[in-house]
Ligand binder design. Structure first.
Ligand code: SF4
Length: 273
């Protein structure tokens, strides 16, 4: 395995034109099915359209639109808060600067204060369940906050149409779904890789295989390169900022390490001794 620094150099050397060629050859147009913004049933692949309806109705790219029913969650599943179907939560990485940008956008959109926890939750992987049922332990990075349906908290549907309410401030992983690049240290979206061209991987998405314009492919390719560089720089920051003693200084049961150092679950930095 190459070092993160070597992978970061490789990410910086990615040619946007070659990434765009790969995206064009795979093909993509978002159908706004909502699969990459919503929770999903345990037997569904994350990132795929969540519980597409029998008649095929399904909404986002990145602007999203679809089928959360009036009766419950996206795709017709019952709302878990009302005792309905268990759903796996949508889990998309959001970096600390992105958390602040999304919070600002949400405040502008909704005219009320958004704090860190309104935007992000500790990445669940690696956390344990404490005796009180709450999470405990150390984790790395943040995931976008979710609602009772496991859907991204910024995903909205009405009248069969969905949308990202912070579209212009959405994190890079949302901007670039369903694509990733095959470099160690970069993050992979929830959906399984189902197609590839060169270093580009394409993940579960019903919009794959559709024609894409060169301009749109180049725009997506530029964002994909930006994301790969950002993810690797973030991973180096997390590695270098890891402090095993931070947990002793924390007020809460969870410590989250991001590139800015250790934080409480509400985003408050855990200071040094
Ligand atoms: S990017 Fe794909 S999975 Fe996400 S809403 Fe668009 S078509 Fe659906």
């Amino acid at each position: 395995m190459e070092s993160l620094e070597a992978e970061l150099d490789a990410a910086r050397d990615l040619e946007v034109a070659e990434l765009a060629d790969a995206i064009e050859s795979i093909g993509f147009e978002c159908t706004r099915c909502g699969g990459c913004c919503t929770g999903y049933a345990p037997d569904e692949p994350g990132g795929a359209p969540a519980g597409a309806t029998e008649d095929g109705a399904s909404g986002d790219d990145n602007g999203v639109g679809s089928a959360e029913t009036d009766a419950g969650c996206h795709g017709g599943a019952d709302d878990p808060s009302e005792g309905g179907t268990d759903r796996e939560p949508h889990t998309a990485t959001v970096f600390p600067d992105e958390v602040r940008r999304v919070a600002d956008a949400a405040e502008d959109e909704f005219g009320e204060a958004y704090d860190w926890r309104d935007v992000a939750r500790p990445m669940p992987f690696g956390l344990d369940e404490g005796s009180d049922g709450d999470p405990t332990g150390e984790t790395f990075e943040w995931a976008l906050a979710t609602d009772d349906c496991g859907d991204c908290t910024f995903y909205e549907e009405s009248g069969g149409e969905g949308a990202c309410t912070v579209h212009d401030a959405r994190p890079l992983i949302c901007r670039t779904y369903p694509f990733s690049v095959a470099l160690e240290g970069t993050s992979q979206p929830m959906g399984e890789a189902v197609d590839e061209a060169g270093v580009v991987r394409a993940h579960e998405c019903e919009g794959l295989g559709r024609d894409i314009s060169r301009d749109d492919a180049e725009e997506l390719a530029a964002a994909l390169k930006k994301r790969a560089v950002r993810e690797l720089a973030e991973a180096i920051g997390v590695r270098d900022g890891y402090d095993p003693a931070a947990r002793d200084r924390a007020d809460g049961d969870v410590v989250v390490f991001d590139s800015e150092g250790p934080k409480e679950a509400d985003g408050t930095p855990i200071g040094g001794e």
